[in-house]
Design a protein around this ligand. Structure first.
Ligand SMILES: [Zn+2]
Length: 452
């Protein structure tokens, strides 16, 4: 047993915060939560991790993350491209030449950054060619992962195919689930790239196997218009009419939703994952209406995501939470509308609820998985400590103050360093792989201010 010491922000139903508290961990699970002195007295032989001044939280939940494709060309796609160009001129050609080695290296780097910033649960976005290699990366790192694979049958991009072939590939990906740290879900690329036949078959498969279903939907206004032209209905309304939407569905984005679509989401229980940095980097119109706030206010199912390294770029849940909180206040011109505590809920327990994993993660409660993040509050950005640690966590800090991270009771980050993989060893490999990918994919060489 180990005692993880600090001020414990439990995120339990009463939102208890325990000053000089501790979390007792036995193997993979949380055995007790309470005051440090009391737990120490009842477990005198337990090892102790951390200090009284630390802040202990449940591991953060990232509901939408591309683990391949962007990482090896991170922050390379210009931020002043026309809508769609970043995907079809840059991301798709890179994905098309991604090898298994590229996939594993990309996922290793992204998951290492995630853990380093306190993200213990990652939901992959469904754009992986070699999911078994991404699973290998997650297992090596000790990260908790839900992974998908390519699924689309409209247009002829990489890994697109007829419905039967796509569903077969999805079935094989589902078999990669270890039922432990790594699970998988059915994943389609997006509402404009899937036929009705495919999405219905995918929904049937998800229900048959009792797993989630995810796809991208309406990040831009143009997505809605093309869908209206094809089906006569807005995307969420049409998908509901096909019987696809239910509580097992996690829709990535849903930036452009009308009132009818919000009502359908509420009645079907389908969740939305908001990746605000992506919409701001790509100029997609989130702040114009910010319907994600309406979903939250209505008690709907909502999670946060960090998306991709060319769409928000940094994989840091706290940075995402702070941005979401700021957008909520500012778009409503109402500082009382939403706050740091609400944002932390989305990053932990409410995100876990939206993604159907709250029985195992998302809060510090006895019997749950011991996924814990420890922030060092002696760092300069934390000094002096605020009386409200959550306010300071969301507004005044970010992943840099994460010192230790546990996933299922295993220390995967210690003193700010990932323990399970030596990242320094991968630097040369990442540089070479990135150079090779840029050459093989034929993406443009675009540097705004050329370096002499
Ligand atoms: Zn995405």
């Amino acid at each position: 047993m180990i005692l993880v010491r600090g001020t414990v922000v439990t995120m339990n139903p009463d939102r208890e915060v325990i000053g000089d508290g501790a979390v007792a961990v036995t193997d993979t699970t949380i055995a007790a939560v309470g005051r440090y002195g009391e737990l120490r007295a009842t477990h005198p032989d337990a090892a102790v991790s951390g200090r009284a001044g630390d802040l202990v939280l449940p591991g953060y939940v990232n509901g939408h993350q591309h683990l391949t494709g962007d990482r090896l060309i991170q922050s390379t796609i210009p931020d002043d491209l026309a809508p769609g160009e970043s995907i079809f001129t840059w991301a798709v050609p890179v994905h098309a030449v991604h090898t298994g080695d590229d996939d594993e290296l990309s996922a290793t780097l992204t998951l290492a950054e995630s853990l380093r910033n306190g993200i213990t649960s990652t939901f992959e976005a469904g754009t992986v060619a070699h999911p078994e290699r991404v699973v290998a990366a997650a297992e090596r790192l000790g990260a908790r992962l839900t992974v998908g694979t390519w699924g689309w049958d409209v247009d002829d991009g990489p890994f697109a195919g007829p419905v039967d072939e796509v569903i077969d590939r999805q079935r094989r990906a589902l078999d990669l689930s270890t039922g432990d740290l790594v699970t998988s879900w059915v994943s389609l690329v997006g509402h404009d790239l899937m036929s009705d036949e495919l999405v219905v078959a995918a929904g049937d498969l998800a229900r048959e196997r009792n797993v989630g279903l995810t796809f991208h939907l309406s990040p831009t206004t143009g997505d809605v218009e093309s869908y209206l032209g094809r089906t006569g209905s807005r995307p969420v309304v049409h998908l509901a009419s096909l019987g696809v939407l239910g509580p097992e569905v996690a829709i990535a984005h849903g930036v452009h939703l009308d009132d009818d679509e919000l009502a359908v989401l509420a009645s079907t229980g389908a969740a939305v994952v908001s990746c605000p940095w992506a919409y701001l980097r790509l100029g997609q119109g989130l702040s114009r209406e910010f319907r994600h706030f309406d979903i939250w206010r209505a008690g709907g199912r909502l999670a946060l995501g960090c998306d991709a390294e060319n769409a928000g770029d940094m994989v840091d849940g706290l940075r995402t939470a702070a941005l979401f909180a700021g957008l909520a206040k500012d778009t409503r011109i109402d500082p009382t509308a939403f706050g740091a505590h609400d944002a932390l809920e989305l990053l932990t327990i409410r995100g876990a609820q939206a993604l159907g994993v709250a029985d195992r993660v998302g809060s510090i409660e006895v019997g749950k998985q011991a996924d814990l993040v420890v922030h060092d509050r002696s760092r300069v950005e934390w000094v002096p400590n605020s009386p409200d640690p959550v306010l300071q966590l969301v507004w005044g800090s970010d992943g840099r103050s994460v010192r230790d991270v546990f996933v299922a009771g295993r220390a995967v980050v210690e003193d700010g360093i990932v323990t399970t993989v030596d990242i320094d060893d991968l630097v040369d490999e990442a540089v070479a792989a990135g150079r090779s990918l840029r050459a093989r994919s034929g993406i443009p060489d675009a540097v705004r201010w050329p370096i002499r």
